[in-house]
Ligand binder design. Structure first.
Ligand code: A5P
Length: 227
């Protein structure tokens, strides 16, 4: 199976977990988009009565085009089930997310959810976090100073840019500073604490203790659901 096929397979598997009457949180990214497509199919073919909230404008648009009724998140205090992808996930289900830039809203949606189902292909499994970049959402106000303080703690990274070379802006109008680590992290919770303590840091891409079931797709076609 190709990576895209694995992503589609886990997206399809997650869509089967959605039950009638649920408020569903929609993640962001290519894997979450496969989930949204599969959910739209169920919604249309089975007349599944559900409502959804989206973690990004992109996911909102996908669901909206498919006819899924979307709710204003400000009218809710909880969500039944959220399905989202991840950039990295370790054996204890701790994650790094935000490759798609939606980390802040994704974390809020995940935190509001009774369960966050994570859908990944096997390339996202890591022995410890820190293999790829850690996205950090930063307020534009005084962002040079915020970066300086992050670097003073010993972290290195770069501002995310669009394909055209402009500064990338999140749905919240903030910047993303992508930190790269020189080795896998021994204690990512310490890194999270240190980075988050800097004023101007809005959110980091560390997602601790949020994952419920994890659906993993393997190249040989196997799909495993980790509880
Ligand atoms: C979006 O901001 C991210 O958190 C994604 O969930 C994550 O980057 C995984 O993306 P893919 O499903 O595109 O690999």
């Amino acid at each position: 199976m190709s990576t895209q096929e694995m992503k589609q397979a886990v997206g399809n598997a997650a869509a089967k977990l959605v039950e009638k009457g649920m408020v569903v949180g929609l993640g962001t990214g290519s894997t979450a988009s496969y989930f949204i497509a599969a959910l739209i199919k169920r919604y249309q073919e089975e007349n599944l009565s559900i409502h959804a909230v989206a973690s990004s404008k992109h996911s909102f648009d996908l669901a909206h085009q498919g006819g899924i009724p979307l709710l204003d998140i400000d009218a809710l205090t909880s969500i039944d089930l959220t399905v989202d992808g991840a950039d990295e996930i370790d054996p204890s289900k701790q994650m790094i997310k935000g490759g798609g830039g939606a980390l802040l809203r994704e974390k809020i949606v995940a935190h509001m959810s009774h369960e966050m189902v994570v859908i990944v292909d096997e390339t996202k499994l890591v022995p410890a976090l820190g293999k790829s970049l850690l996205p950090v959402e930063i307020l534009p106000f005084a962002h040079t100073a915020t970066r300086h303080h992050i670097e003073k703690l010993g972290y290195r990274g770069s501002w995310r840019q669009t394909k055209k070379g402009d500064t990338y802006l999140t749905d919240n109008g903030n910047y993303i500073f992508d930190i790269h680590f020189s080795h896998l992290l021994d204690n990512p919770r310490n890194d999270e604490k240190a980075i988050s303590s800097i004023p101007g840091v809005v959110e980091t891409g560390f997602f601790f203790d949020l994952a419920g079931r994890v659906i993993v797709g393997f190249a040989d076609g196997q799909i495993i659901i980790k509880k």
